[in-house]
Structures are given as structure tokens and as C-alpha cells.
Design a protein around this ligand. Sequence first.
Ligand code: NAD
Length: 253
Amino acid sequence: MVTGSTSGIGLAIARALAAEGANVVINGFGEAGEIESLRADIETRFGVRAHHSPADMTRPDQITAMIAEARDAFGGVDILVNNAGVQFVARIEDFPAEKWDQIIAINLSAAFHAMRAAVPGMKAAAWGRIISTASAHSLVASPFKSAYVAAKHGIAGLTKTVALELAAHGVTVNCISPGYVWTPLVENQIPATMAARGFTRDQVINDVLLAAQPTKQFVTPEEVAAFVVYLTSDAAKQITGANLSMDGGWTAA
Ligand code: NAD
């Protein structure tokens, strides 16, 4: 189960897990025909079953139902990837309260609700992998991203807590903290960052986004997906409760 997987990092994770032979539930929004071709492509390309759940990550009831549907379709959720996330960029005094609520719901509370629903099955199977897409913003802040930074710091704390609860049950719980990954989420925040800082598009890319990454390169969705696949392997069974940076050196500074 990969939340927020009709685009960007989540889609790359769903494809990489399918390439390893996992049946996948993809989730997220988009145009119905496009989602159906993404879903069908996963089935034909990787020879697995793929199901799409339109569950809205702001809705706890829909998240719980999505986990139950996955269990009915595939017999259980062995791997849960909490990936759905949105961004909004504004000064704290202008930050719309409803944007705060939406970001906390999608980027933080949805992971709680999904874990809460999936953990009993993992415990019963004595095996499971929970991986959340956090962010370098789970470790450090940037101005104008109060809700996002608060939610991602929250994911890091939730990860540690649930990892301790499940350590003796064969279930590992980790988060990956990428720096900037070139996806629609990053592309879409460029106009607001231009407005907030009075910068051009190139200045935002070079002086704001890549300024933070010593490698001067964006992380790719496929690199994050390969890390997820590794964390699901037996070789990674002693990695739990970790917040794993993948940020071109950003948070080393
Ligand atoms: P994206 O915009 O490409 O994809 C977001 C996905 O979430 C889409 O499938 C979208 O439909 C889905 N989604 C949005 N709102 C939803 C809702 N209410 N219910 C269900 N699904 C919903 O974004 P991305 O860059 O691939 O980001 C994925 C995750 O990676 C996010 O948690 C993001 O915070 C994190 N992240 C991204 C970057 C980056 O630079 N792109 C860096 C660090 C962390």
C-alpha cells in the first residue's frame, strides 16, 4: 500500500515494489483515465495485481476503509508506505488556517490513521514494513513552510514511537528524508516562493532549492524508491526507528 502514488515519489515507489513482485494498492487523486492507465501499466509491466483506492487522506474513515479494502483484495497489508503529502508556502501571519489543517491531516495524521489500521495485521503475521516519506524538513526548517515543517517533524516522532512499540513483532518502522526531489510538488511551489521572496524562477531553483543541497543535484523519485525496496528486504531488518536522510548533504551542514 503506497499512499499518494498517482504521481511523483509515490508512483516510483509503487512501480519499484511491483517490480519486486508485490501486489500494490495505489492511492491518490488525478484524472480517472490517467489513473487507470497507470494502474493497468503496473499490472502488465510487472505481472502483479494493482488496485487503485481514491481514499482522501484528510478523511480518517476513508483511510481505515482503504486498509480494509487492501486486506480484502490481497489478504493483508505487508508493506505500508505513507507518502501522500502536499505543500503550501506563506508567511506565518498570512498562512490560511485551513491550509494548516489540511497539511497536518494529509502529511501527518493520515500516517497515524493508516498505521493504526494496518498494524494489527502485521503483528498477526509477525512481519511488516512501515516506511514514511518524511523530508529534510523533518530535521531542519525553511521559512514560510510552518505547517509542512511541523508535520514532517511529527512524522519523525511518530516513526520512532511506533518502531519501539513494534520492535519485537518483526515489524520495522522508518522514515526516509529526501532533500529536493524533482516532482510536481516542487514545481508547483515555485510561483509562491517567487512571490514570497521576490525572486525569479531561476533564482528559486538555484538560490533556494539547490542552495540547500551541496551536491547541487535534485534527488530522483527512483532513488527514493530504491531505498524503500532496500528497507523492505531482510538485510534491513535491524533498521527501525530511523530517520534516513537522502538529501545530497543538506542536513550535514
Ligand atoms: P506529488 O505532488 O508529485 O504527489 C503527491 C501525491 O499525493 C499525489 O499522488 C496526490 O494525488 C496525492 N495526494 C494529495 N492529496 C491527497 C489526499 N488528500 N489524499 C490522497 N492522496 C493525496 O508530490 P511528491 O513530491 O511525490 O511528494 C510525495 C511525498 O514526498 C510527500 O509526502 C512530500 O512531502 C515528500 N517529499 C517530497 C520532496 C520533493 O522535493 N518533491 C522532498 C521531500 C519529501
